[in-house]
Design a protein around this ligand. Structure first.
Ligand SMILES: Cc1cc2nc3c(=O)[nH]c(=O)nc-3n(C[C@H](O)[C@H](O)[C@H](O)COP(=O)(O)O)c2cc1C
Length: 334
């Protein structure tokens, strides 16, 4: 096993796993735009181990593990590592799912979701609910490591109802995951309030006191590349994980760190085309609508193009609306 986590530079950047966002198409686009050395790790959307091991469920969930040839090429050219994220509550299932993921796919690591706060998963004693069952959480890390033989990491929060970083992160450090992403919010906070990076610092100090090799990533509210570097330096994080920041700037990991509207429209066209080639008929087109406002803004008539796009029903229609807009020769700053 190559523990790539240990080889990453101080202050490495990771793109957060995001459901219906970080599929192979979006990861490919971001990797192609990323400047060398600015993005180090990307994650899949989270995959249910129960679903994956279920004869009927597997077909519904395994798209999350799909990696296109185009993405693979971009990642390897830029040296970006790819990690599959899984969730569940039964260690045996983690063992079996991670064994299969390691033998049937080519991921650099496996990440365990111990942070998702939504009711449905918490009711199933999974994700952030594992904060309340520390022994089970440890069993899951061990089962995943044994099953996969890959570097195992954990993404989590700083507590369930209350902040309890020392108890919870200390518990995880006992089983020596290769990395822990600390999202500076409790389950109760969901996405509200401000992420508390002091708890990231607390996690790093705990790690140092235990002389552990686990790398600590801070996560929450990173608004720009510089903001990430500043937070990492102020709170001693080894790595910075970026989630929603990418929505306000798809050039987050690029140089220069902004795109002219014309460039954003070209990226949107690539996104729609690659989505169509990869997923048409398999995934709902509506998933793409979240991206329209990310690419289409800050130029004259942007609202009318966005409205036109929101009324489309498939990739061909989406591309057609953009073509018609371009044919009107409305000037989009290039
Ligand atoms: C649309 C969306 C989907 C998400 N899906 C996942 C997921 O599949 N797995 C996970 O661990 N976290 C998921 N998250 C949480 C993010 O990874 C991240 O922890 C959170 O957004 C805080 O970081 P940020 O402030 O940089 O966005 C999701 C967040 C958003 C906004």
């Amino acid at each position: 096993m190559t523990n790539f986590w240990a080889q990453l530079p101080k202050h490495f950047f990771a793109l957060a796993p995001m459901e219906d966002v970080t599929d192979t198409v979006f990861r490919e686009l971001l990797a192609s735009k990323a400047a060398p050395g600015k993005l180090h790790v990307v994650f899949t959307e989270f995959l249910s181990v129960d679903g994956f091991l279920h004869p009927v469920g597997e077909e519904k969930v395994s798209h999350r593990l799909y990696v296109s040839r185009q993405e693979r090429e971009k990642l390897s050219t830029k040296g970006i590592k790819l990690v599959a994220q899984i969730w569940g509550s039964d260690p045996e299932k983690f063992f079996e799912a991670s064994r299969r993921i390691a033998s049937e796919f080519e991921f650099d690591g496996i990440d365990i979701n111990m942070g998702c706060p939504v009711k449905k998963v918490v009711k199933n004693k999974a994700c952030s609910a594992l904060i309340k069952t520390p022994t089970l959480a440890k069993e899951i890390v061990e089962a995943t490591r044994e099953g996969s033989g890959l570097p195992v990491s954990v993404k989590t929060r700083i507590g369930f109802n209350e902040v309890e970083t020392e108890r919870w992160i200390g518990n995880l450090l006992d089983v020596k995951p290769m990395a822990i992403t600390v999202h500076g919010r409790t389950q109760k906070m969901q996405s509200d309030g401000k992420a508390d990076w002091n708890e990231v610092l607390k996690s790093v100090r705990l790690r140092d006191a235990l002389k552990s090799e686990t790398r600590i990533l801070g996560n929450g509210d990173v608004s720009s590349y510089e903001d990430g570097l500043e937070k990492a330096a102020s709170f001693s994080a080894d790595g910075i994980m970026v989630g929603r920041g990418i929505f306000s700037n798809p050039a987050f990991f690029a140089v220069p760190q902004s795109m002219e509207p014309g460039e954003r429209i070209q990226l949107l066209k690539s996104h729609i085309s690659r989505f169509g080639e990869t997923w048409e008929g398999k995934k709902n087109y509506a998933i793409l609508k979240r991206f329209f406002k990310i690419y289409v803004h800050s130029f004259e008539n942007a609202t009318s193009l966005r409205t036109g796009l929101m009324n489309t029903n498939n990739c061909l229609e989406g591309l057609q609306v953009i073509r018609e807009f371009e044919d009107l020769k409305i000037s989009i700053p290039q």
